[in-house]
Design a protein. Structure first.
Length: 310
């Protein structure tokens, strides 16, 4: 139990970082209803670009902005495959993801990873900050929970504003009913391009923050990102669907869903004393359980209604 509570701040911090990626995924999967698998590649792209920018001596904020733009570029490539070449969205994402493997290696100088030591670089977030705050050598405002929490709130606020504009509303309309949107004179292909670019930009930003937090960028750091993102979206929907009706709160629910996911993972590992080598298997089982909840809940309520009518 003690090990779980000691690891809890780190689990929540990681959950918030992955929550930004899940918010990006929410834009394509829930709003545009596009199955975009680019995220496994663009997540690593964000981490690789951020790491190499900082190694080159650039400010952390500049590195984060460039990482975001790199992610947008990856989303643009996927959107071109889909809207201009007529390739299905899911295959477009796979093609971009496949190409990004080589691109990410090239970004990191053909190395599988790039270290970011907190002693050598002025990082925004770091795993080591957790202990430094506990020791009192850093202020609370440098705690990853506080920093990433503020970044998440800022992202939710900007997205809430943007999707309330005429352009943002047309993007939402494209996802709700593309045929009706086209009938109203909306350029649905352009909206898909913008949506995919924003989505992968956020995914890359999340990857950049994670690279700083864990102290390195790795070629495999985006593997399985799509599963974590979907888990966060499903968990947020299952837990908060009846409470959060506002669009901003729905985005926040996705972020909280990622936190719940990581806390559950940490609880299973710490409390049941399971070998971390089984982490992927545990993750798959937890995601499967949460994915099954809406279906099981629907069947349960359906049976109750049948009994009530009978």
């Amino acid at each position: 139990m003690t090990s779980f509570f000691n690891a809890l701040p780190g689990a929540v911090s990681q959950g918030l970082i992955w929550g930004i990626m899940a918010i990006g995924l929410y834009i394509t999967y829930q709003m545009l209803e596009l199955s975009d698998l680019t995220v496994d590649g663009s997540f690593c792209t964000g981490g690789a670009v951020c790491a190499m920018m900082m190694v080159a001596g650039h400010n952390v904020w500049v590195a984060l902005i460039v990482a975001f733009l790199a992610g947008m570029l990856a989303g643009w490539v996927t959107s071109v495959f889909h809207t201009k070449l007529g390739i299905p969205a899911i295959l477009s994402g796979i093609l971009t993801q496949l190409g990004l493997w080589s691109v990410n290696l090239a970004i990191m100088g053909m190395k599988a990873n790039q270290a970011l030591n907190v002693k050598n670089y002025d990082l925004l977030v770091s795993m080591r900050f957790l202990k430094d705050v506990e020791k009192g050598t850093r202020g609370f405002w440098q705690h990853p929970l506080f920093t990433v929490g503020l970044v998440t709130i800022a992202i939710v606020a900007v997205l809430y504003w943007f999707f309330g504009t005429e352009l943002g509303a047309s993007i939402r309309a494209t996802g709700a009913n593309a045929n009706m949107a086209r009938a109203q004179g909306i350029n649905t292909n352009l909206n898909k391009v913008i949506g995919l670019m924003i989505s992968n930009g956020l995914v890359a930003l999340s990857g950049a923050l994670l690279a700083q937090y864990q102290g390195f960028a790795d070629i495999n750091m985006g593997r399985g990102a799509i599963v974590i993102g979907l888990a966060a979206i499903i968990i947020g929907d299952v837990v908060f669907s009846k409470l959060f009706r506002n669009f901003a709160l729905k985005l926040l629910a996705v972020s909280i869903g990622a936190v719940i996911y990581y806390v559950v993972i940490q609880a299973v590992i710490s409390l049941l004393d399971i070998d971390s080598n089984y982490l992927k298997l545990i993750s798959a089982l937890i995601v499967a359980i949460f994915l099954a909840v809406p279906n099981l809940r629907g069947k349960t309520f359906g049976k109750r209604k049948e009994k009530h009518h009978a």
